[in-house]
Design a protein around this ligand. Sequence first.
Ligand code: NAP
Length: 246
Amino acid sequence: MRLKDKVAIVTGGGRGIGETTCLRFAEEGAKVVVADLNETDVQNVAAKIKAAGGEAVGIAVNVTDRDQVDKMIGDAVDQYGRLDILVNNAGITADAKLEKMTEEQWDRVIDVNLKGVFNCSQAAAKVMTGQGAGVILNASSVVGVYGNFGQTNYAATKWGVIGMAKSWAKELGPKGIRVNAVAPGFIMTPMTEKMPEKVLDMMKDKSPLKSLGYPEDIANAYVFLASDEARFITGTVLSVDGGVVL
Ligand code: NAP
């Protein structure tokens, strides 16, 4: 088991890539804190893990709310005594072309995808610094690296979390904390199911592998980067996108 007895928080763990990451982490021996907006979703994922013989707790949290985040991190540490891994996976889209994007759409995406990552990482880093060890992983996107039509706000945040990972790698490395970003391509989850089929077909065609990705592809990358196998990897962005270039 590659994450035996590590304590991991996965934000947005109630569905999609986050849910699969929680399940994979538990299979690898981690004690998992499923953190997400919806109470029913977090309890469902925690129950799935326990039914499979793993350890998990579900905590409902809005990552944009600093008080809720501080409480979630505090409750996780009370429950398991430490915090080894934070996966900043919670993220949203609110797409529109530049001319049509509203201030509300801009603010909402920035609030979850950037401020949420800041809130969770700042609280987690305090605990990890005290331990002298930890791993923080940020969910970026192929869209952050290349940009995308209609995604001004989302692209800004997904490029932003790469900058945050690189900055924190410099600040926190001397304290024993590794920080990396993962940039998924188009992955079949509730987020991408909203996209028109012709766009998904186009993405599939653009990949040299002629395939879209699945949540397991991303969860496996998180397992590797969270594990001690990645002990010499920090401040990087790992593309898991089937080689697609937008
Ligand atoms: P998803 O299926 O939409 O799941 C995202 C989860 O985050 C949902 O459970 C959602 O809760 C939760 N969430 C949203 N706002 C939150 C908040 N304020 N506080 C706490 N949790 C919140 O998304 P996904 O496709 O699995 O994507 C996961 C991450 O990977 C995102 O950061 C996304 O940008 C990134 N990514 C995805 C793809 C892709 O193709 N799917 C590609 C590149 C990057 P509710 O359901 O209750 O709203």
